[in-house]
Design a protein around this ligand. Structure first.
Ligand code: FAD
Length: 384
């Protein structure tokens, strides 16, 4: 049995690992010639780490995961601490730690784990066709590939999703712009082993420790879509958006390198169904593109892969196994997308009263409420 996998992101690589565990041959086709992931780092929460362990790639998490042991919110202008607590009770409850990792390193290690020479780069899927025997993927360079089924992990702009839905799926602008990158850890900005967030006016500044003494930083600013972007003005722009904010925020802005700072207009896609049509299944962002507000997009892709593997372990009938995957994933991914959307709105001041109420809640938070929300999300994954 042979699977055609489209995309060598977290989704495609984890799907290959899961299918390989079931003895299914996989061919991976990736559009770009060289991987340049969008975003500097991601936090793989414990549910995602459990999936990486299950898929045999736990060592990658051990090597790359940053020492994130505490979490804190600070008021953006004054720098006053609103809440600070240990993540240890969460790790104990869910049985695994979260791993903030460099995205480029994660991507690269997953590809190396599979075998870089076995991934076909420069193959951009252009169209899909299928019959009762199998699927045909046609690429932009005119070549094609044939397999018994296709796992389309071609990301948020998925071509395969349009094929499944029968029309072009529009992404929804979430109303804010995110700048992100990496800087060397500086404890005058925030403690080295803590995920620290400064919040005010529906804006957010975050630093999170990843391996090799680096902070993954991001700045969120509610803005209209389509504003001009220019690397040469990144520092000036951020200084303007965060004028009057606390000293550590100013220090962070001074420390960033505009040439390696990403600027992303954040989008998601309304949850839809099904995720499968005959012998073609969507996996990862292709099937459930979410805002990053609960940090679960990558984790959800890893969960998809684990469930996909389980469905093939239970059935050799391809269409039956893909239906099983669809049924097992639909509610979970819809829930994650909508949860992230709700959090996005509260965090980014869509309704200022709601956002101010959240700031008040943070001042009265001892960690229990936040940890219980995180734990519920994590334990809702396929590996508990
Ligand atoms: P992608 O990573 O987008 O990979 C898709 C791959 O398919 C790419 O390599 C692409 O080149 C390739 N491709 C695209 N089109 C084609 C085609 N036509 N033919 C062939 N190949 C194609 N998630 C978390 O879990 N935690 C976080 O903290 C987190 N933070 C985030 C912060 C930001 C700012 C953003 C934007 C996202 C964040 N996410 C986070 C989400 C996470 O990045 C995604 O959910 C995850 O990368 C999805 O993986 P994927 O493989 O489905 O898609």
């Amino acid at each position: 049995m042979k699977a055609i996998i489209i995309g060598a992101g977290i989704g495609g690589m984890s799907a290959a690992a899961a299918l390989d565990q079931q003895g299914i041959e996989c061919e991976i086709y990736e559009a770009v010639k060289e991987m340049k992931p969008v975003g500097a780092a991601i936090s793989v929460w414990s549910n995602g780490v459990k999936c990486m362990n299950h898929l045999g790639m736990g060592q990658i998490m051990d090597d790359l995961g940053g020492p994130m042991h505490h979490m804190a919110y600070l008021e953006g202008f004054s720098g006053e601490q609103m809440t600070q607590f240990s993540l240890a009770p969460l790790v104990e409850e869910v049985g695994e730690r979260p791993c903030p990792v460099s995205r480029a390193d994660l991507q690269s290690r997953m590809i190396d784990w599979w075998g870089r020479h076995k991934v076909q780069f420069g193959k951009r899927l252009e169209s899909v066709s299928q019959n009762e025997q199998g699927v045909i993927a046609t690429f932009a360079d005119g070549s094609s590939a044939q397999g018994d089924f296709m796992i389309a992990a071609d990301g948020a702009h998925s071509i395969a999703r349009d094929y499944l839905m029968g029309h072009k799926v529009e992404r929804r602008y979430a109303g804010y712009v995110n700048w992100n990158g990496l800087v060397e850890i500086d404890e005058s900005i925030a403690p080295a082993e803590q995920w620290t967030m400064f919040v005010a006016d529906g804006k957010r500044v975050s630093v999170m420790p990843i391996a090799d003494n680096r902070f993954y930083f991001f700045f969120d600013v509610p803005l209209e879509k389509g504003l001009p972007q220019d690397r040469s003005t990144v520092i000036k722009d951020l200084k303007g958006y965060f004028e009057g904010w606390a000293e550590p925020v100013q220090r962070l802005i001074d420390a960033i390198n505009p040439d390696t700072t990403n600027r992303i207009e954040i989008h998601d896609v309304d949850p839809f169904s099904p995720l499968v049509k005959g012998r073609v299944a969507l996996l990862g962002d292709a099937g459930h593109s979410t805002t990053p507000d609960i940090g679960q997009g990558g984790g959800a892709a890893l969960e998809d892969a684990v469930v996909l593997g389980r469905c093939f372990a239970a059935s050799c009938d391809i269409e039956g196994a893909l239906r099983c995957y669809n049924d097992a994933r639909l509610e979970r991914v819809k829930d994650l997308v909508l949860k992230a959307r709700k959090r996005c709105e509260v965090t980014h001041g869509v309704n200022p009263d709601e956002t101010n109420a959240w700031y008040d809640e943070l001042r009265n938070e001892n960690g229990t409420g936040i940890l219980s929300g995180l734990s519920k999300t994590i334990l809702g994954g396929p590996l508990g």
